[in-house]
Write a protein that binds this ligand. Structure first.
Ligand SMILES: Cc1cc2nc3c(=O)[nH]c(=O)nc-3n(C[C@H](O)[C@H](O)[C@H](O)COP(=O)(O)O)c2cc1C
Length: 342
């Protein structure tokens, strides 16, 4: 069974769904002595199978796979349909600029969670983590029974307690400065505002499980201050986004290097809170977005895809943690070793 103590470097390369995570990036992080992660949140089982195979060809070291727990439909407000229709109307003029009819687009909500889980049970990988909720104790046990080390990403001590009760092996503690989505368990949850350095002790107070901590890391000082708190491993995502191994789109790279200095937590792109570069889309639509998930994610997806293809960074979801100005176009091994220099 995987153990964090076996890593040469106490570092996890965060799973980053939507393009940035690739087999090349996961393998580069693992080959550098950390734990590389694949992001299966938006993949189907065939795509995951291909990515796992490619990763295995690139590294003999342990790596992990991250899954998104499906949203409970009861999490969405009773007037979700009306809220969605309003938001479609708000976004329709921008959609039109990209040749899309957002008002009449049919919404398809794929759900691959159980087929991904079945695939991972049949084809075990060393580590599996869950985001946006906690799997059942039975599913945790089934993964452990095939030799997989299981983690859940939490943003507060209450959810840490729930995950510990489900029998997981470790927790990823995500602070509010993290790039991308916050792993809140319920769609309507407000984001915890406690800085990571204060959040970690509140989680340590409710569980003895090994912790991975991340969110907003910009340099070696951040890494050492977390390790001093007694966490097993730190996690970085944003710092890896500009490496060649990451599948980060050009529009996303442009946003990170645009000179914009601000990020914020916004539901504008997906309906769930996620930290992104403040571009035109965020500035215009943040206040108008409903907390309805995954519907907002899927109906803004064609718009974001068109904007990405057009290289329009002002309209893409450029996820970024608060340390994004420190991201560099360097190989992951160099990015990682620079964090562990004295
Ligand atoms: C582009 C991007 C995509 C992300 N996608 C995922 C994901 O698929 N699953 C997940 O658990 N976390 C995801 N996250 C959050 C990371 O797991 C992690 O919490 C975050 O990267 C740490 O903060 P940092 O980006 O400031 O280093 C994503 C983050 C970014 C920047």
């Amino acid at each position: 069974m995987f153990n964090f103590a076996d890593l040469e470097i106490p570092l996890v390369g965060a799973p980053m769904a939507g393009g940035p995570s690739t087999p090349q990036l996961a393998a580069a992080v693992s080959n550098a002595g950390g734990l590389g992660m694949l992001a299966a949140g938006y993949l189907n089982a065939d795509q995951l199978s291909e990515q796992v195979q490619q990763t295995r060809e690139l590294t003999e070291r342990p790596f992990g796979v991250n899954l998104f727990c499906p949203a409970d439909p009861n999490d969405n407000p009773v007037n979700a349909e009306a809220l969605l229709q309003d938001y479609r109307q708000t976004l329709a003029p921008l959609g039109k600029e990209y040749g899309l009819d957002l008002l009449n687009d049919e919404l398809v909500l794929p759900d691959h969670f159980y087929s991904l889980l079945d695939w991972l049970l049949a084809n075990p990988v060393p580590v599996v983590t869950f985001t946006f909720g906690c799997p059942s104790a039975e599913d945790v046990e089934r993964l452990q029974a095939v030799g997989t080390y299981v983690g859940v990403t939490v943003t507060n001590p209450q959810d840490a307690t729930l995950a510990a009760q489900a029998g997981v092996d470790f927790l990823c503690v995500q602070g509010p400065d993290a790039g991308g989505h916050q792993s809140t368990f319920r769609v309507q949850d407000e984001v915890n505002q406690l800085p990571l350095s204060q959040l970690v002790p509140t989680v340590q107070a409710v569980t003895d499980l090994p912790l991975v901590a991340g969110g907003g890391i910009g340099g070696s000082k951040d890494v050492w201050s977390l390790l001093t708190l007694g966490v097993e491993t730190v996690q970085i995502g944003t710092l890896l986004l500009l490496s060649n191994e990451a599948g980060t789109s050009q529009a996303h790279r442009d946003a990170l290097q645009s000179g914009v200095t601000e990020t914020c937590l916004t539901r504008a792109f997906t309906g769930r809170p996620a930290r992104a570069i403040v571009n035109d889309f965020v500035a215009e639509f943040d206040a108008l977005a409903p907390a309805v998930y995954p519907h907002v994610h899927y109906f803004t997806a064609p718009l974001r895809a068109k904007a990405k293809d057009a290289g329009a960074w002002q309209h893409v979801n450029a996820w970024a943690g608060t340390g994004f100005s420190q991201a560099q176009t360097r190989p992951p091994v160099e990015i990682i070793s620079s964090l562990f220099k004295d």
